[in-house]
Ligand binder design. Structure first.
Ligand SMILES: *Cc1c(COP(=O)(O)O)cnc(C)c1O
Length: 222
């Protein structure tokens, strides 16, 4: 199946209010170009250098989302152009994004990544730590950051009940956090190729779909 076909298939399964981020990590610029030519404009990547290289060679009206774990020393590669950073999981990272955004004279939109999965390997804030941090009103001192919502990843399992539990927990976190922010706090980023229909049922407003659109990733070619 072609990328254009898969894209329109996935789009067709989503309510209109849900934003589709096409996750193009590890796939070449040509694959992104195919999706672009089919009319898609929002792409997600998980490595800053790879994101930067693709930005350089592809049309400038693409909205680039950083979805993977971001090290503070790599923020500078993407700060000049990134549209949304989904994976803000620490105070140090937020403060670095603030500094780099100020240097570029921009405001960068971010999501707060919250850890709900069973696996230790998943990153993200613990809700209690995040609540504690928010008590110091940190974002009032970060004028170059706009917090748009919450992002999370469900446990990697075929047990739908566990996945549903994780997504419900993310929605609960979103609802708890919302009063700390303004009206623009309206994005709940959750759901990937295998679990996005459940995420949408649980209140997702943004899904991040990779392999279902671009095919399986081949990490051996990296
Ligand atoms: C890779 C990735 C995705 C997309 O995963 P697929 O299973 O290919 O849809 C979504 N979110 C994050 C954070 C990712 O790293």
């Amino acid at each position: 199946m072609s990328i254009a076909y898969q894209l329109s298939f996935v789009r067709g399964t989503l309510p209109e209010y849900v934003t589709l981020v096409a996750v193009s990590k590890t796939h070449p610029a040509g694959a992104i170009r195919e999706a672009y030519d089919a009319g898609h404009r929002i792409f997600g990547e998980s490595r800053p250098q790879e994101l930067r290289e693709k930005y350089d060679v592809l049309p400038k009206d693409i909205e680039w989302h950083m979805i993977g774990h971001l090290q503070t020393n790599k923020v500078k590669y993407i700060a000049p152009f990134v549209s949304l950073i989904h994976s803000v999981d620490s105070a140090r990272l937020a403060e670095t994004i603030q500094r780099e955004a100020a240097k570029c004279g921009r405001t960068i939109e971010i999501l707060l990544e919250i850890r709900v999965a069973d696996e230790e390997s998943k990153s993200g804030w613990e809700l209690d730590d995040l609540m504690q941090y928010l008590r110091t009103a940190p974002f009032a001192q970060m004028p170059n950051i706009c917090v748009r919502g919450v992002m999370g990843i469900a446990t990697n399992t075929d047990d739908w009940e566990v996945i549903r539990r994780d997504f419900r927990e993310l929605k609960r976190c979103f609802d708890l956090l919302q009063p700390n922010f303004g009206a623009r706090f309206n994005i709940l980023s959750m759901g990937m190729s295998h679990d996005y229909p459940i995420a949408v049922e649980c209140g997702s407003t943004m899904v991040r779909v990779g392999s279902l659109i671009f095919g399986e990733r081949d990490y051996s070619k990296q």
